[in-house]
Design a binder for this molecule. Structure first.
Ligand SMILES: Cc1cc2nc3c(=O)[nH]c(=O)nc-3n(C[C@H](O)[C@H](O)[C@H](O)COP(=O)(O)OP(=O)(O)OC[C@H]3O[C@@H](n4cnc5c(N)ncnc54)[C@H](O)[C@@H]3O)c2cc1C
Length: 433
């Protein structure tokens, strides 16, 4: 979408082939519907908090079909907007599955199209490990269209998609277990975040099973039985695997055209998103670099600039902010403490862990966690991490400062907005021991 639109705006003649729905994973079975579900799940807590503020409501009741219908309506609207935007930009829309015939030819529905440049942006697809009974499990794709909410759910995985779906189910009243074979959730995130988010999710009543993973799934007439590698069995109504996604590169004609793939199937590209074939580029999840929508769209814009505006622009994957819309939310930008220590040697760490004002009149135990990672020599803030309500909204602002190389002293001279949760990012004075 983005590469077509921006390239066309630079004067390129563009055609785009789409085999399914416009907007790709993010719009149809990713970020957007996921966030809508996450909002839906959050209402339970808001109803509970409201009582401490004097509000009485009828006992809230949740209706899954209403949420699904409203979500589908919004996604259909977005599909239309995206297609319209492409047409207005002047891109030719070709519906169907494309395959690469040679470095300058693509085939769709039996018709061949030639081009000076070919861009592969076919994304990624969820995979379920090859265990007996895998056919009874679902992935995030199906979770967006469940005919009914289960009474119990098991979500397998320790990454952001697993945490988000576990939180969605739990928030919507499903008795939820999260199963992760490792010891700490969110590999790749700051260790404090992985540990504390598990505590916060458990406080909310979620069961987390660390250490084992499902070895098989048995279907009984009214439930599923999951047998774990570490012994116990679990009865549940739904099993969702969020244990990984695979780049969509199979049967695309890539190898025959000379495009090199990595062992995981990802397209190998250089800093300019060029594959091993000069006329073929690849961006987004299919390259398995940083699999996030803003990264994919930025790669698209850098590539369009390189190819059609005569400004060679390499990708910039430094300081990518990201959020996990679990309950509570979590967000991060820059380096983890571990990464900063290995890159800079000595670092200063600032942390705060507090009960937010909004919850002080309630029985809720939730706490907000914030952490700054500072390179001791330059005093630049090289990482900012947060768990707490609206963490994504807060970290988006902090990300500007981190990207611009702000120092801890500059954070300190910034005045807070009082009373907010975010102000703590500019009032942390005590170094963690
Ligand atoms: C559950 C979930 C939640 C997510 N949440 C977030 C989030 O909150 N924030 C975030 O930044 N990212 C999130 N992501 C990741 C984000 O969705 C992806 O990083 C992003 O969509 C990648 O964009 P892409 O263009 O590379 O691929 P995709 O969006 O997957 O698009 C690929 C497109 O190519 C089409 N296609 C594939 N093969 C062919 C072919 N042969 N011919 C023609 N068309 C083809 C597909 O139909 C699809 O439309 C989430 C992902 C998932 C699964």
């Amino acid at each position: 979408m983005r590469a077509s639109r921006v390239s066309a705006s630079y004067g390129a003649k563009v055609a785009v082939a789409e085999s399914h729905l416009f907007g790709g994973t993010c719009v149809n079975v990713g970020c957007i519907p996921k966030k809508l579900f996450s909002y839906a799940a959050h209402w339970r807590e808001e109803f509970e908090i409201a009582q401490a503020y004097g509000w009485t409501t009828a006992v809230p009741r949740f209706d899954w079909p209403t949420l699904l219908a409203n979500k589908d309506k919004e996604i259909a609207r977005l599909n239309g907007v995206y297609e319209h935007v492409l047409s207005v930009a002047g891109a030719e829309i070709i519906r169907g599955r494309a395959t690469v015939v040679d470095p300058h030819t693509v085939e769709v529905n039996g018709r061949r199209h030639s081009a000076k440049h070919i861009l592969i942006a076919t994304g990624s697809w969820p995979v379920i490990p090859p265990i007996p009974g895998r056919e009874y499990a679902i992935t995030s794709n199906e979770a967006f269209h469940l005919p009914a909410l289960p009474r119990r759910a098991l979500v397998v995985g320790g990454g952001y998609i697993a945490l988000e779906f576990a939180s969605i189910f739990q928030g919507l009243g499903v008795q939820t277990t999260l199963s992760y074979r490792g010891k700490r959730l969110l590999r790749g995130f700051d260790a404090d975040l992985g540990e504390r988010i598990a505590d916060e999710m458990q406080h909310r009543g979620m069961t987390i099973h660390f250490g084992g993973e499902p070895a098989s799934i048995i279907k009984h007439p009214h439930e599923l039985e999951v047998c774990y590698t570490d012994g116990p069995h679990q009865r549940t109504d739904l099993v969702l695997f969020a244990t990984g996604r695979k780049p969509v590169t199979a049967d695309l004609g890539l190898e025959a055209a000379g495009v090199k793939l990595a062992p995981d199937g990802a397209i190998v590209v250089d800093r300019y998103s060029k594959t091993s074939v000069d006329s073929i580029h690849a961006i987004g999840d299919v390259t398995n670099r940083i699999n996030l929508t803003p990264v994919a769209t930025a790669e698209a814009m850098w590539l369009a600039r390189t190819l059609f505006r005569g400004e060679p622009t390499p990708v910039d994957h430094e300081h990518v902010p990201t959020a996990v819309f679990a309950q509570p939310n979590l967000a991060t930008v820059g380096l983890t403490e571990e990464q900063a220590r290995s890159r800079y040697g000595e670092v200063d760490i600032y942390k705060t862990y507090f009960r937010p004002l909004k919850l002080t009149m309630t029985e809720k135990k939730e706490r907000v966690f914030m952490k700054l990672v500072v390179d001791r020599a330059s005093q630049r803030v090289v990482g900012a991490h947060m768990i707490g309500m609206d963490a994504g909204e807060v970290i988006q602002g902090i990300a500007i400062a981190v990207k611009l190389g702000a120092t801890k002293a500059q954070f300190d001279t910034t005045l807070g907005i009082h009373p907010t949760v975010a102000e703590e990012f500019v009032t942390m004075r005590e170094k963690a021991p």
